[in-house]
Structures are given as C-alpha cells and as structure tokens.
Ligand binder design. Sequence first.
Ligand code: NDP
Length: 328
Amino acid sequence: MFKALMVNKDAETGKTSAAVEEIGIDRLPAGNVTVAVEYSTVNYKDGLCIGPGGGLVRAYPHVPGIDFAGTVEASDDARYAPGDKVVLTGWRVGEVHWGGYAQKARVKADWLVPLPDGLDTRQAMAVGTAGFTAMLAVMALEDHGIKDGPVLVTGAAGGVGSVASAILAKLGYDVAGVTGRPETADYLRSLGVTQIVERGEINETVKRPLEAEAWGGCVDAVGGPMLARVLGQMQYGASVAAVGLAGGAGLPATVIPFLLRGVNLLGIDSVMQPYDNRLRAWTRIARDLPMDKLEAMIHPAVLSDLPDLGAAILKGQVQGRVVVDVNA
Ligand code: NDP
C-alpha cells in the first residue's frame, strides 16, 4: 500500500474533492516503468486538476501531479533499471494518466529522462515543469538571437518567471522582472533581476501598437493584455517566448510589431517535447541554473497541503517553486 492524493468526483453533484488515500499498487495505470516517487511540485495545471479538472482530467478517481522525480523500482524497458534516478514532465501525466502526487507512479519509459549529473531528485523538482519550461523558453530565445538591452520576464515571482530570471541572470543578461507583488522585490533581486517593473505599468490595453524599443528578449508567463503590450516594446528583430496565460488567454494585439519591427512570437510547449530536447534542456538546467538561487525559490510541502496549494496557485498566490515531499 502507498499514499496518493486522490481526486474523486461525486456522481450525483458532479463536485470533486481531493484527499490523501492509501491504495494498492494494482491500482496504478498501465506502463512499463514503475517509479518510487520522491518529489513532485505544484504547477498551474495541477491547480486545475486538483479542482474540477478544467477539461484536463478525463476520468475519476484521479491522481494529479504533472511532474515527478524518483527512483526506478521495476522496469520492462532496457533503458531503465531498478535504482536509476529519473525525472518526468509532460505527456499529459497528472492530467490524463495518473501523476506524481503519490509514492508510486507507473508510466511509459518514453516519457522519462535520466536525471542528469549535478541534480538530485529534490533539485529536479524544485525546477519541475515550470523550470523546465523556463529553460525551453531561454533556449528558444537563444536560437533566435537575444538582442542588446534587458530581457523582460513577466510573472517574474511565479515558478516559470523565477527560474527564467535566475537562468538569464547566470547567463549574463540584464533581467527586468514584471511583478504585481512589490513585496517580492528583494526575492527577485536575489535571483539576479536588476530592474523591477510594476505590473500596472505594463498590464494595460495597447493604446499605441509600437512604443520605444525596450527589451532584447522576453519570457512571458502571463499572456493576455500584458503580452500584447510587450510586443510593441520589443527591440527590432527581438523575440518573445510565450509560455503561459496566467493573465488571460486572449491576445488583444495588432500585427504591427511583427510587420514593422520583425518581432518573433515563439510558442513554448513543454508537454510534447521529444526526448532529445528534454535531455538537452535538463542537461542545460544542471549546468546553467545556480543551485543556491534554486534553494531560495523552494517552498516545501507534503501531500495533505495540496488541496490548499492548488487553489492558491490558481489565484497567482504562490511564490517560486513548491516542492512536494510525497514520503513526508
Ligand atoms: P505561477 O502561478 O507560479 O506564476 C504566474 C505568475 O504570473 C504569478 O506569480 C504572477 O506573478 C503572474 N500573474 C498571475 N496572474 C496574473 C494576472 N492576472 N495578470 C498579470 N500577471 C499575473 O505559475 P507558473 O509560473 O507555474 O506558470 C505560469 C504560466 O505558464 C501558467 O499559465 C502555466 O499554465 C503556464 N505554463 C505553461 C507551460 C508550457 O508548456 N507552455 C508549462 C508550465 C507552465 P507576479 O506575482 O510576479 O506578478
């Protein structure tokens, strides 16, 4: 028997509820690798899946947790043997397939990545899906060329924003962080952010499609009116890596920044990344993310904290990265 955060749906009311339960290994879904999970994290999608599902969860009862790191316990696949340390992000684990909010998970070998040297399972989950996505965003900006001038990170105090800020600062870029929480300024500076931009300054409906060229690149975790506004502030030929929609799914923008400034809008999807890209990103994380800064981002949690934390992340109230010790 092992512990899992189980989300059940009441057949009559249609309401969901989440609670820690003890379940048997026979209940795990099919897969060729069984992992003794050590850590998972809290991401925006987890908030949705702990609650009513938001269209992500297909069947109940459900174990959320879109990422995890742990040790292989059993494997039918030649690539993994018992004792191997592994990390998982994406592939709709925690949404369609049972995820990491449990002491055991059974998944397809194709979805795993061996933990790179230099990262332990706790650090890997301090990075988690948010940090992995931040690395993908930085890699996409690099592929398209980061221009002179500060690199803007929106939603800077959140998970994606915190890791993106720390990586960009370590790589030597001048990082400007947009936050709606002025009390996080010291935290953001500790990550290497040199310019704090108040959310209200930038989170307005576009009035002029082009403004002064300000940013040499942007990692955007917010979307909505903020992304629309930022597009008109990019330097000529600069790129925005669009990661999230914490501020809305609409994009009330014009085509002018694309036509007159050659701005690139790069979509970042962490879910369906091929194995080689995932391995490249995790290897870069182990190399380019300062581990002391990662420590400053961590908020520890246990399985029973998850219902409250899921609600908090949906309200934009989580700072940095929540690391869930599933065995505590
Ligand atoms: P967090 O909640 O940790 O961070 C989001 C941050 O955005 C908040 O901390 C807040 O930052 C800011 N924010 C929240 N609401 C608003 C708002 N209404 N207007 C402006 N800013 C707002 O989430 P994550 O960092 O984990 O994820 C960010 C986004 O990225 C989510 O939409 C998530 O779904 C998406 N995502 C996408 C992935 C992909 O593969 N493309 C993978 C992982 C995440 P502050 O307080 O500093 O203003």
